[in-house]
Design a protein around this ligand. Sequence first.
Ligand SMILES: [Zn+2]
Length: 510
Amino acid sequence: MKALWLAAALCVAGSVPVGAAEPAAAKPDRGVWVIRDVTVIPADTDEVLAHRTVVIREGRIAGIQALGALLHPAGARYIDGRGKFLIPGLVDAHVHIATEGALRDSKNPLLAGLDTGADHVYDRHVLLSFLKAGVTGAANLGGGAHSDEDLLWLRDEIAAGRILGPRLYVAKRINGPRAEVASPRPAEVPASKPGAPTTAADGIAAVRAARERGYDFIKPYQFLNRETYQAVVEETRRQGMVSSGHLPELGCGVCADRAFAFAHPLDNIAHSEELGRYGRESDLAPRDIDALAERVARGKIGVTPTLITLKQILHMYVQREVPPVPGDWLALVDPVTRLDWAPANNPYLSAKFRNQDGADTFSAGYDFSRLLTRELWKRGVPLTVGTDAPLPGLAFGVSVHQEMIELREVGLSPLEVLRAATVNAHRLFDRQGGSGAVRVGERADLVLLDADPLADLRNVARIDGVFVQGRWLPAARIEAMLKESDREMRELSQRLQARQAAAERSKPAP
Ligand SMILES: [Zn+2]
């Protein structure tokens, strides 16, 4: 049970995102774009291609030529790439987006039936904040049933070009009936989960239903019993789907042991802290770092370390405040997420969280995860960049840059971090969709940077513009679109505050 909360606190579907309306008339079209004299960093190899001309046509990279080649495609628009760097669009391999539809249907009385504004302004705002950070892909690791269903709709709207946003990969979370055991917010989780799978047949049925419904991948969660876990993992593979999730719980009657977990490997482990949870069997002994890294490497399992997530949780535990959000990003955090971050609603700032068994190992757990991530990297385990946003302190979009710096700090080179944030994520979530590299024929999800990210990884924040599905969005354009939703976000904030004040008034006097 040690530090169960820390592990379970990761990945509990939390908050909600925001929206910015884009006037339909102003929707950028795709057409033909030519970027002249740009440095291309494809990211699938160590190559850096200076002085290239890149042609983008109808959402795809149509050509990458040495300078001097005469490229004047009919109807082309031109971008001056001199002094600039073209990288693949970034992917957050671990988020929890709550759509406005899910918010309105929430059981939380502060949110239920809430007017979130016209024309999906809230959803649009959230999605634009990803694009502002150059994040053109995001894997959602599951939330409430309604939220997941709504995300499938949103994913398809984005794919059809009707809403601007990152390509979404939507997981179906499959969990056993013990979810309530480790929730940091027990009040929000039903005491028993009717229909939660408890047999192999249940597990198989759950995977098949998810596939039929159109989910992109499966997230097995840790409270499945052994036979169900095994069946979920195996059926996911049989169905040609990918699994990224938690390792089975240890140390209970129906739970697994380490040998079992690695005998039935996931494709990807959604947090390094999942391995840290196993490391707590040996009280986070350094020798266990090697043992765990070796088993992950031998099992050909990928890992999304989410180190920034642990760092922020640790910050809240010790400093008793939400960690600062970089730059001007706090202003973009939507009002519903802010509500979740506020001390009254933030489980990581609660006495209960602080006083739990094993809280004294949080800091060592973060160190363990960092060293473990380093060992995984040295063994060639494919790492991806995930954040668990919008966990308090982690804003959608910019948190990807923060996790990239975390990986840089454990030893990855800037190029390796870039690969983790791009190509590795495509290999994991989008095997049919291409490599995600800057190569001819690939989808034009690209970021144009004003400075070299290989000289200083922090330069990934110096964004000149983003291509999403072949649509060119200069950074200023994204800012302008976000500004358009300012007023509506402020009004949403006022409605929320009014609800909160009313709830305070109706509380019985202490
Ligand atoms: Zn998560």
